[in-house]
Design a protein around this ligand. Structure first.
Ligand code: SAH
Length: 255
């Protein structure tokens, strides 16, 4: 049995209880090098756990380790940063395991875009501001044939979380400025929840300079949108005058 486990954003306490238990029981952990906090393995794994860093391996090598471990009935955890379903490249691994008739399961994790929002103490969805979050990235070296897409997505003026793109923050801002106003808030969160986390706040106009000054060139979330400004409407859900399934409205005299 192979378990794909979301490691969470970095803080060792931000893995799920299920994920933690999987690490405690693992005979072998294959972790995604640079962005999985190695402290997770030190904190939760058995002393004699076999560890592989997948940053140094190709897909064939990863699958080979899984197949060999499975032959010996060893429990394998494939540890991915954040949540495995977002830019985790797990699909290709799962398909290969199906070919090998090896059972697997997936345990979700706290994705870095929600971890970043928590560190900023912000809410992505606000009444009369945005009820939509777009998760995207610039096309990278891994090429996924979606060039120009960011300009299209910007037209929605939704709340946005951009992964894997801080190295080209200038290019991101140019594309977004075609639809968002220049004063729209932007926050860059480097290594959210790690000990060396950095937070930079600005606008579409000045964030590039601030990110440069903070020497952030990788491992960061770029969050964009008016959800980080001061204006919004109060939610109906907690409004005294609004009834819903679990609560009846009070009349204005009662308030
Ligand atoms: N599956 C992961 C994303 C993997 S892609 C998730 O759900 O978060 C790697 C990118 O994720 C990084 O380049 C960065 O943009 C973002 N990222 C991952 N961990 C992060 C963290 N702790 N803080 C900020 N960004 C992070």
């Amino acid at each position: 049995m192979i378990l794909f486990v979301g490691a969470g954003p970095g803080d060792v306490e931000l893995i799920t209880v299920k994920g933690m238990k999987a690490l405690q029981e693992a005979d072998c952990v294959i972790y995604a090098g640079s962005l999985v906090n190695p402290k997770l393995i030190d904190t939760y794994c058995k002393e004699d756990v076999i560890i592989y860093n997948s940053a140094k391996m190709d897909l064939d090598e990863v699958i080979e380790v899984m197949v060999e471990m499975e032959k010996d009935n060893k429990k394998v955890v494939r540890l991915h940063t954040g949540d495995p379903s977002i830019y985790g490249a797990i699909r290709e691994q799962m398909d290969r395991l199906i070919e090998h008739k090896i059972e697997f399961d997936v345990i979700p994790g706290v994705s870095s875009f929600v971890a970043a929002a928590s560190r900023l103490k912000e809410e992505f969805t606000l009444p009369d501001v945005s009820q939509t979050i777009i998760i995207t990235r610039l096309p990278g070296r891994t090429g996924h044939g979606e060039g120009g897409q960011l300009e299209e997505l910007a037209k929605h003026r939704a709340s946005m979380a951009i992964f894997l793109s801080v190295q080209s923050i200038g290019e991101v801002m140019v594309k977004l400025r075609k639809s968002y106003e220049a004063r729209t808030p932007v926050a860059v969160v480097y290594k959210a929840t790690w000990d060396d986390e950095k937070i930079v706040r600005g606008t579409l106009e000045d964030i590039e300079k601030k990110v440069e000054e903070a020497s952030i060139t990788r491992f960061a979330q770029i969050l964009i949108g008016d959800f980080m400004s001061d204006k919004y409407s109060l939610s109906k859900l907690y409004d005294k005058g609004f009834s819903h399934m679990y609560r009846t409205a009070v009349s204005s005299e009662e308030r």
